[in-house]
Design a protein around this ligand. Structure first.
Ligand SMILES: Nc1ncnc2c1ncn2[C@@H]1O[C@H](COP(=O)(O)OP(=O)(O)OP(=O)(O)O)[C@@H](O)[C@H]1O
Ligand SMILES: [Mg+2]
Length: 259
């Protein structure tokens, strides 16, 4: 079991941020976490990363059971995290290759001398993610889409067991988004792929490899299970309180507002 959350609640001051969260992820599954603004996605991801501690319930992530021992640092070594808020944290004059290499040390910037093995791995990842062509370019000169690819490669440097992609297509145009989704799909179908948790506001981004979906609403699990049974006109109309239709094309769902 990669993730086992049982009856999790999270309270901050007077606010109940997460309630009765049950979520089990098995090895080999890739999940979409879908939720409107303020539904608790970031709170839930911070909990998985051991930045938030559950107020009640039991949480086991990659075999680390919360509450037994201090586990934050050890656990976070095994979790790769990519979000657009990470994009601006890197030194503008570091090149893409250096940014990827820094993932081996979980540092912003390179302070240690990378081994030859690390350099080879970084080059392999830059190739896999389609960014070898700009490996020597200053990070600051890269487009949003290029930066996202570099950051995914960086997250993979540490060989994580879980890769969390938090709205990775933010700010990308249609072509850049589809190219990034192609790269994510190639990664996800690899035999040694980490378990991917893909966070999005957009149903259209749910690739066929994401066979499982969890819908979060107001801090609770609204529905979870097989994507094709969750992403339906009926469930989403209930979820939004608005009539919507889901059209499937080439194994991907598209959402349109009903009348
Ligand atoms: N420390 C806190 N104290 C009180 N309320 C909080 C605190 N942190 C988060 N919240 C509230 O908890 C809710 C869930 O927040 P969260 O950031 O997890 O939402 P989200 O699903 O990530 O939204 P978005 O899509 O906008 O990023 C929000 O209503 C937020 O205002
Ligand atoms: Mg958020």
């Amino acid at each position: 079991m990669v993730l086992d959350l049982v009856n999790i609640t999270l309270q901050r001051d007077d606010a109940q941020i997460l309630q009765n969260i049950n979520w089990q992820i098995e090895q080999g599954e890739h999940w979409v976490l879908y939720g409107l603004n303020g539904s608790g996605k970031t709170a839930l991801l911070d909990l998985i990363n051991a930045y938030n501690f559950p107020t009640s319930g039991s949480a086991t992530v990659l075999g680390f059971q919360f509450g037994k021992v201090y586990l934050g640092e050890e656990l976070r070594k095994k979790i790769g995290f990519v979000s657009s808020s990470l994009q601006e944290k890197f030194y503008p004059t570091d090149n893409a290759f250096e940014v990827v290499l820094s993932g081996a040390f979980a540092s912003i910037g390179l302070y240690e001398t990378p081994t030859d093995e690390m350099r080879e791995r970084a080059i392999g990842l830059l190739e896999d993610l389609g960014c070898i062509g700009y490996a020597n370019r200053d990070y600051a000169t890269l487009s949003q889409g290029e930066k996202q690819r570099v950051l995914i490669a960086r997250a993979l440097m540490a060989n994580p067991s879980i890769l969390i992609l938090d709205e990775p297509t933010n700010g990308l145009d249609f072509i850049a988004r589809e190219q990034l989704l192609d790269s994510i799909e190639r990664l996800a179908i690899k035999e040694n792929s980490p378990t991917i948790i893909y966070v999005t506001h957009h149903v259209e981004e749910i690739l066929p490899v994401f066979t499982k979906t969890l819908l979060l609403k107001s801090g609770e699990v609204f529905a979870s299970g097989e994507t094709n049974q969750i992403i339906t006109s009926e469930i989403l109309s209930d979820y939004f309180n608005l009539s919507v239709h889901v059209n499937w094309e080439n194994n991907r769902p598209y959402l349109v507002k009903g009348k």
